[in-house]
Design a protein around this ligand. Structure first.
Ligand code: SF4
Length: 331
């Protein structure tokens, strides 16, 4: 087994200094330990932040925003009664992810930063992978691509962003507060993840010495008529073949405002703004929901064996819209 140093950070500044020195951050550990066992991550230094109280604030009582500290555990947030009632898409995106044991351990910050499930990335050395080893090639191009992305790919990488929570967050225009050696800054969750382009190994806009402190979601009328629909090969402990976070504000049968984001289909969390514009101001019924799904998947480029996920994505968006509509009528 490869040796590494382990330290507990005294405070956030201490953690940032450790990161600047090349350490890896330990929060819930559900991604890091996994990747260490696969020898994809082989850190020499690990800095543990699990005890830092400033990362644990979880507050849904504010009048302008919901606040989730980066160390809030997935299961605590998923089970929050206010979120279940007023922001079901957020709660559903968490409890439809992973297993109960993992949700009890995994932090929200770590959940946002989880890495791809591309089998060639996780399979290690026998496989070329530009994400794991920049410049080595991409085994997925000629390989199995049933689970690869249909949106946002480059010739260098087609790995799907595997998370669920980020999909719901971008639908609600959530932001993340970051801290690094130059102080604090805030970006939208949508700005956090990158498309692979020529540099698939650079997955986010987060600096190597920056830490997610908290996630903030603006309070919105769109929350109650929302849902996160996730379609997968089995009904639990599986990643999305297609998913959609949808939120609506309805005026009778007419859509006053709409948010649509896709998961499981793209290289990053994917906001479908064109689809939203198409929905706003019109009636929502089975046909317009189907049209919206088709608009959301416009530009999807299938490989050898993943074309079925275009139709799956269309139906996922359409069904999510009809579920959110129903919630809008009864709330
Ligand atoms: Fe690696 Fe991306 Fe190719 Fe998968 S799709 S093998 S992660 S470069």
């Amino acid at each position: 087994m490869r040796q590494f140093d382990y330290v507990r950070a005294a405070d956030l500044g201490d953690a940032v200094r450790a990161l600047s020195g090349g350490a890896k951050l330990l929060a819930g550990g559900t991604t890091l330990y996994d990747l260490m066992k696969l020898r994809i991550e082989q850190p020499e230094h690990i800095v543990d932040i699990n005890h830092l109280s400033e990362l644990k604030r979880f507050d849904t009582s504010g009048s302008s925003e919901l606040v989730f500290g980066a160390l809030s555990r997935m299961s605590d947030v998923a089970a929050n009664p206010l979120l279940i009632r007023d922001y079901p898409a957020i709660s559903e995106s968490l409890w439809r992810a992973a297993s109960q044991q993992l949700r009890n351990m995994a932090s929200l910050g770590g959940n946002l930063l989880q890495r791809t499930r591309c089998p060639y990335f996780r399979g290690g050395e026998p496989y070329a992978c530009n994400k794991r080893e920049p410049g080595s090639g991409c085994a997925a191009i000629e390989g199995l691509d049933r689970g690869q992305a249909l949106l946002g790919m480059s010739h260098a990488c087609s790995a799907v962003y595997p998370g669920d929570f980020a999909i719901a967050l971008i639908a609600f225009d959530a932001r993340v507060d970051l801290i690094g050696p130059r102080g604090e800054r805030t970006i939208s969750v949508e700005q956090l993840h990158r498309e692979p382009g020529e540099t698939p190994h650079i997955e986010t806009t987060l600096g190597p010495d920056e830490i997610i402190v908290r996630i903030r979601v603006p309070v919105t009328q769109l929350g109650r008529a929302s849902t996160y629909l996730k379609i997968r090969d089995r009904e639990s402990y599986a990643f999305a073949l297609a998913s959609a976070a949808v939120a609506l504000e309805m005026d009778g049968d007419m859509v006053r405002d709409a948010r649509v984001a896709l998961g499981g289909l793209a290289t990053r969390p994917w906001r479908a703004r064109g689809t939203e514009r198409k929905l706003i101001g019109g009636p929502l019924n089975e046909q317009t929901a189907r049209d919206a799904g088709e608009a959301a998947l416009e530009g999807a480029a299938p490989g050898h064996s993943n074309a079925f996920r275009i139709e799956l994505g269309i139906r996922t968006v359409a069904e999510a819209l009809m579920t959110a509509r129903k919630r809008g009528l009864t709330s």
